[in-house]
Design a protein. Structure first.
Length: 159
């Protein structure tokens, strides 16, 4: 567990990556769980994900929980790697089941059936940074860990 929270408390890159990812995904999670930002809330989202999207109940629940609580974990830098691993699985699932068939590009002009994968490639890049570096500067993880004691490569983590 110590290695899961170990981070360099001076890493600005880790801070920027986790905040960008967390702030970007939080509204999506709030739509799904709470019905904020024009979302359907828990019941509506579970209905959609289990019927129209065809997901099993447990996977639909994980989608909602990862997007809402995972984004909060990233924003506060709490169990950053754990949250980022959840997002990596989520994004791979979303890409492979929904967006890959629509090609690379976003659907800015409404010329294709749905959105492509370019947005998820950006999110996945931020996710990988968070998995590698952890929470970084201003994270709860940094308060719980000592990067020298846990053997984090200080050259990599200082970036």
């Amino acid at each position: 567990m110590n290695k899961m929270i170990a981070t360099n408390a001076n890493s600005w890159i880790a801070l920027v990556a986790r905040l960008t990812l967390g702030i970007t995904i939080f509204p999506h999670g709030a739509q799904k769980l709470l019905g904020l930002f024009g979302g359907y809330g828990y019941a509506g989202t579970m209905g959609f994900l289990t019927t129209q999207a065809g997901l099993p109940y447990v996977l639909a629940l994980l989608v909602i929980l990862i997007e809402f609580f995972g984004s909060l974990f990233l924003i506060f830098g709490f169990l950053t790697r754990f949250a980022a691993i959840g997002f990596a699985g989520l994004f791979l699932g979303v890409i492979s089941t929904v967006h890959l068939q629509n090609g690379f590009f976003m659907n800015w002009n409404g010329n294709q059936k749905g959105e492509g994968i370019e947005y998820f490639i950006l999110l996945f890049g931020l996710t990988i940074i968070s998995i590698i570096l952890g929470g970084g500067k201003a994270s709860l993880d940094a308060g719980f860990s000592n990067s020298k004691a846990t053997g984090i490569n200080s050259k990599l983590a200082a970036q």
